[in-house]
Structure formats: structure tokens, C-alpha cells
Design a protein around this ligand. Structure first.
Ligand SMILES: O=P(O)(O)OC[C@H]1O[C@](O)(CO)[C@@H](O)[C@@H]1O
Length: 529
């Protein structure tokens, strides 16, 4: 297509959401002229499914749950008055609590004011807060935010070291919907130890966001934590950023959560429209379907040309892949669905993997995110008449063109700025697109049966470790091989796991296991110190 024809196509398919100043351009997707018409019956069903979901139908059949993240920004649309009240009360409580913290009414044990925030959570209980904090944060925020989002001891040590003595002014939020996620409870215990090491009572610095009656809820109550905020079973972890999970840390940081909710609400209005050409979430879902033939054969490369949106790809990775990556469809048929998501930011990636995108294996489509506003003020010309921001746009358009020339498809989202409103709108856009796409390919977007297998297997590894260390203790100073120890504990076939566990213990001198013998697994011998 010539540049002139592309301009015509750009105008024909441009989807505009004036309330958030947002546009979606699908002109560089090579879908055939009749594609949208052909997809209409499936799209109509997707709209009907979505309407039922918003009205409170059980949209997650496996877990028999309602799916209510859209109600979070429009409580009046929640199907029961009790839910509306819960949402309104929680937003009000978040505002009131944050105001008290900022004013020093809620204060730390041995300091005047909380100035820092440590968020302990993982997956949906961290990724949304991380995206929002990074996209909207500044050096002048009311509180600076740090995260424990893994059970990596060194990762946590590094955060604690960076906080240093400011731990005394740090409010820790432990966020877990289920309240039983191991990484998060480990993070909580590690955080408590760090406070204790400084002579501080963790419970006087701790707040929980969790489901009523969860392990975390019970623990926080028993220990008399500062506060507990609710997390509801009708909100999925990966769509929880507009519940207390995301609102509380954002408001404590000093961000405009009402703006974020309003942006999401405006996008929700736009994405409820039944005309796919006017509905950016529907158009996005249709483009994903076109790109990957409804089977996810093409990866989604997210390329925001803005540092503040760096975490978009990580956030979308969970939202898209945990929602769509399913073995079975809603009829129980094996489909192995999904769309792989990766990305970083432009133009940085032009000096990394864009080479492959232009010339290598054609297994992807790109989503460019363009931000019109360069910086709050003070344009600086790096060359006569040209700013760094002009370069950023030049690189975006240049890459888009270079990819198109080689038959590589792309979508472009444009937002006026990176503000609370646009971040809320982008999140809402993708939440809806994922839901609509799931209907198009007939899968349940709201459960995650696959992650349980890894959790169970991890639990089995730790049980095995307990048995091995007990056996090592009984063997005293006698050095034994992994093979012998596996046989000793009655699990001879688990020898590889026994070996890996022993290597890990021996690599950490304070664990009390000494390795001797040769470098190969068969030669290695282990004993207690
Ligand atoms: O908030 P929770 O219950 O700690 O769960 C954290 C994450 O773990 C998962 O359940 C996957 O293991 C995600 O869906 C969820 O966002």
C-alpha cells in the first residue's frame, strides 16, 4: 500500500475516545476488507457475554465467581447494593487512611511520620501497583515506594539496605487476595525481621490488603496491625489494581486515584459500545484474533515510547497470559490457547531486539504506545528546531514504517500524556480487550488452574528438603551421596531433586551442610558441619 493509501486506511479505521484523548490505529494490521464483518457474530456474542458479566453473571464458571472489576470504577453498576457500599466505603477509607498517614495522625512507632512505603505482594498483588507507581511517581511524592515481589532473600536484603534507617519511617503493605501466597508470606516474615533488627515492632508499621478470613487477615488481626483493607473474591488478582490493592499504595504515594478511576470509567463507557469500529477494546481483540488466527500464533510485542510506561509489558504479560493461556476451552476441549507478551520500551529496544523484528522470524505483532506530551515544561532543542521528544516520535514512526515495509504488522495506541487518567484508561482498555478476546476464542479468562501445579510441586520440594536435612542430621559426620540420601528417605527416584536441594544448601555456608568429593553429581558427598 502506498503512503497515501495508508493515510486513507488510517482515517477509515481510526478509533477515537475523545473523553481520554485516546486513539487506536490499526491501519498497519493487514486484515482483509471483510474481516470485521465475518467476525461480527462472534463479536456480538462477546459483547453479550461481557454485558452479562457486568450485570453480575457467574463469568468464572470453574470457580463459580462473579467478575466485578468494572464495578470498581462505577460502583452504581454493581448488581447488589451491598457491593456498591463495599466499593464506596473502601475508596473513602483509602482516602481517609492516606490523609491520616500524610498528616502524621497514623504514625510510626519511633518516628514522626511515615515517609516510605514497602509493598509486599506478587503477581496481581504487585504488578498493577508497580506499573502505577512507576508511571506516575515523581521525586516529590508524599511517600517513596519500594517492593518485595519475590521470595529472593538477596532481592529483599537489597531493598532493606536501600531503606536503611528510614525503615523506621516505612509503612509496609502486605497485599494478598488469598492471604496464603508463600512468596508474600515469606516477604512479610523477612520484613518483620528487618524491623525487629532495628528494634521496631512490625505490627505498628504494617497494613494488610486481603480477603476476609484469610491466613493473612487472621494474622494481621491477631498481631494488631494498623489496618486491614478488604479484597473481594469477585475481583481477580490481575484485574485488582482499582481495588484497595492498587488504590491504597497509589494514594499513599500521593497519586490521583480519582483521576485513575475516572480514566478507567471513561474507557469503560467507550468499550461498551457494540460497534466494533468505535470500540477500541473490541478492535484490539479483533486485531489479536486476526494476527494470531484466534490461536495466538503471533506474540504481542508491547513497545511504549515512554520510559514511564516501561512496566506496561510486564503488567500486560500477567493480564494477557494468565487470562488467555489455557489448556481447555469452555466446552472442555483441549485448545492450548494464549498470546505471549513481551516488550520493554522504545527507542531503547531499537538497539536491542528490533533487528529481529524487522528481519527475523515473523512470529509477532507490535503494539506501539505513543505519548504526545514530551515533558511537563521546558522544551530543549538538541539541534536547531528539534528536541529529544521529536527524536522519540521519529524513532517510533520510523520503526513502524520499517516494520510495515517488511510485512510486519503493528497497532498504535496514542495517549495525550502519562497521567492518572490515561493510565487508568489504558488498564481498562486491556482488561476489556482480554475479556472480549477470551469470548472470541471461547475460554475462561478469569481462572488460572495452571499455576497451581507449580505451587504444589514447590511444596513437595520443600517437604523433601525437610526429610533430607533430618536424615543428614541423623547421619552425623558421615558423608553421603545424593543417591544414598534419596534411598534413605524412601524416594530413590527423586535423586535429582535431592541433589539440587543439597547443592543449594551446601552453597550457603550458614545452612550447615558441607560438600566434599568430586564435581560431578555422582562424586558429590554431603554431611552436616
Ligand atoms: O494475591 P495473591 O492471592 O497473593 O495472589 C498473587 C498472584 O498469584 C496468582 O494466584 C498466581 O499464582 C495470581 O493470579 C495472583 O495475582
Amino acid at each position: 500500500m502506498s503512503e497515501r493509501e495508508l493515510w486513507e486506511r488510517y482515517q477509515r479505521y481510526l478509533c477515537v475516545v475523545p473523553s481520554v484523548g485516546f486513539t487506536l490505529d490499526v491501519s498497519r494490521m493487514r486484515f482483509p476488507a471483510d474481516f470485521l464483518d465475518r467476525m461480527r457474530p462472534q463479536m456480538d456474542k462477546a459483547f453479550a457475554d461481557m454485558e452479562a458479566l457486568e450485570k453480575g453473571a457467574v463469568a468464572n464458571p470453574d470457580e463459580k465467581r462473579k467478575v466485578g472489576h468494572y464495578w470498581l470504577r462505577a460502583p452504581q453498576t454493581a448488581p447488589e447494593p451491598g457491593l456498591q457500599k463495599d466499593i464506596n466505603d473502601t475508596v473513602a477509607a483509602v482516602h481517609a487512611f492516606a490523609a491520616d498517614v500524610h498528616a502524621g495522625k497514623v504514625k510510626p512507632q519511633k518516628a514522626q511520620r511515615f515517609t516510605h512505603l514497602l509493598l509486599v505482594g506478587i503477581g496481581g498483588s504487585a504488578l498493577g501497583p508497580q506499573l502505577v507507581a512507576d508511571a506516575l511517581g515523581t521525586h516529590a511524592d508524599k511517600m517513596q515506594v519500594a517492593f518485595f515481589d519475590n521470595t529472593d532473600p538477596d532481592g529483599m536484603d537489597r531493598v532493606v539496605a536501600q531503606l536503611g534507617d528510614r525503615l523506621a519511617e516505612t509503612l509496609t503493605l502486605v497485599i494478598s487476595k488469598s492471604g496464603g501466597t508463600k512468596e508474600t508470606s515469606n516477604g512479610m516474615l523477612e520484613a518483620a525481621r528487618a524491623y525487629q533488627a532495628k528494634g521496631l515492632d512490625f505490627s505498628k508499621h504494617a497494613v494488610a490488603v486481603t480477603g476476609a478470613g484469610s491466613e493473612l487477615d487472621n494474622h494481621a488481626r491477631k498481631q494488631g496491625w494498623l489496618r486491614i483493607f478488604p479484597m473481594w473474591d469477585w475481583v481477580g488478582g490481575r484485574t485488582s489494581v482499582m481495588s484497595a490493592v492498587g488504590l491504597l499504595p497509589a494514594r499513599l504515594q500521593g497519586l490521583d486515584i480519582d483521576g485513575m478511576l475516572a480514566g478507567a470509567r471513561d474507557m469503560d463507557v467507550a468499550t461498551r459500545q457494540r460497534d466494533a469500529l468505535k470500540n477500541p477494546a473490541a478492535l484490539l481483540a479483533l486485531m489479536w484474533h486476526h494476527a494470531g488466527g484466534g490461536r495466538g500464533t503471533k506474540d504481542m510485542v508491547i513497545l511504549p515510547y515512554k520510559d514511564r510506561l516501561l512496566l506496561m509489558s510486564r503488567y500486560l504479560q500477567q493480564l494477557v497470559m494468565e487470562s488467555l493461556g489455557k489448556e481447555l476451552d469452555l466446552d472442555g476441549k483441549v485448545v492450548n490457547q494464549g498470546i505471549a507478551v513481551y516488550g520493554n520500551k522504545g527507542s531503547t529496544d531499537q538497539h536491542a531486539y528490533v533487528q529481529q523484528l524487522r528481519e527475523g522470524v515473523l512470529n509477532f505483532f507490535v503494539t506501539f504506545i505513543e505519548v504526545l506530551k514530551d515533558r511537563p515544561s521546558g522544551a530543549f532543542e538538541v539541534e536547531p528546531g528539534v528536541t529529544s521528544g521529536d527524536y522519540l516520535l521519529g524513532f517510533l514512526l520510523g520503526t513502524r514504517r520499517a516494520l510495515y515495509e517488511k510485512g510486519r504488522e503493528s497497532i498504535t495506541l496514542t495517549v495525550p500524556d502519562v497521567s492518572a487518567r490515561t493510565v487508568g484508561a489504558l488498564i481498562a482498555l486491556y482488561e476489556r480487550a482480554v475479556g472480549l478476546y477470551a469470548s472470541l476464542v471461547n475460554i475462561n479468562a478469569y481462572h488460572q488452574p495452571g499455576v497451581e501445579a507449580g505451587k504444589k510441586a514447590a511444596g513437595a520440594v520443600l517437604d523433601l528438603q525437610r526429610k533430607v536435612t533430618k536424615r543428614l542430621g541423623e547421619a552425623g559426620t558421615e558423608a553421603r551421596s545424593a543417591e544414598q540420601l534419596a534411598a534413605d528417605i524412601g524416594l530413590p527416584d527423586e535423586v535429582e531433586t535431592v541433589f539440587k536441594v543439597l547443592e543449594h544448601l551446601a552453597a550457603n555456608p550458614d545452612r550447615g551442610v558441607v560438600r566434599s568429593g568430586g564435581p560431578s553429581p555422582a562424586e558429590a558427598r554431603y554431611r552436616v558441619k
